[in-house]
Design a protein. Structure first.
Length: 151
């Protein structure tokens, strides 16, 4: 009798530990996904040069523009934010705008220094219309390769 009682009693603890482990694992995964969602910026949006500064994110967070494009950040939230990136920064404000023209191709990260998770990115691609691309070099390389193959 007491033997059976002892067995069932000791048998409960591993089960409780297993349940606790599963709960901790689920909490850990949910927590990791939450943290990741706070730091993932999402896909780059093209054809957009205005970014809304809202509580507490930039919309869209990632834009892709050709070099020479002026980007405007427009404050639309209730709370104060700023826009701070490489070469440009705004005051801490709840309303207003910031404009900056991106001249050089590259990926520029920016953020609101009041909210570390409030981040954005501008991907500046080379401006194809700015310079005429001479196709002669490429065409010559192709014909040279063709000549090598024909021999
Ligand atoms: Cu902010």
């Amino acid at each position: 009798m007491s033997h059976t009682a002892t067995n069932s009693g000791s048998g409960r603890w591993p089960r409780r530990l297993a349940i606790a482990a599963v709960v901790l694992a689920v909490l850990g995964i949910v927590g990791a996904l939450f943290v990741r969602s706070q730091f993932e910026l999402g896909p780059a949006v093209t054809g957009v040069t205005e970014v809304a500064v809202i509580d507490d994110r930039f919309e869209p967070a990632v834009i892709e523009i050709p070099a020479g494009t002026e980007v405007r950040w427009i404050w639309q939230g209730q709370n104060e934010h700023n826009v701070v990136g490489g070469g440009f920064d705004s005051p801490v404000q709840a309303a207003g705008e910031l404009a900056y023209t991106f001249r050089e191709p590259g990926t520029i990260d920016y953020q609101c220094t009041l909210h570390a998770f409030m981040r954005g990115q501008v991907i500046v691609t080379p401006d194809e219309t700015a310079s005429v691309q001479p196709p002669a070099a490429g065409a010559a390389a192709v014909s040279a390769t063709g000549a090598a193959f024909s021999q």
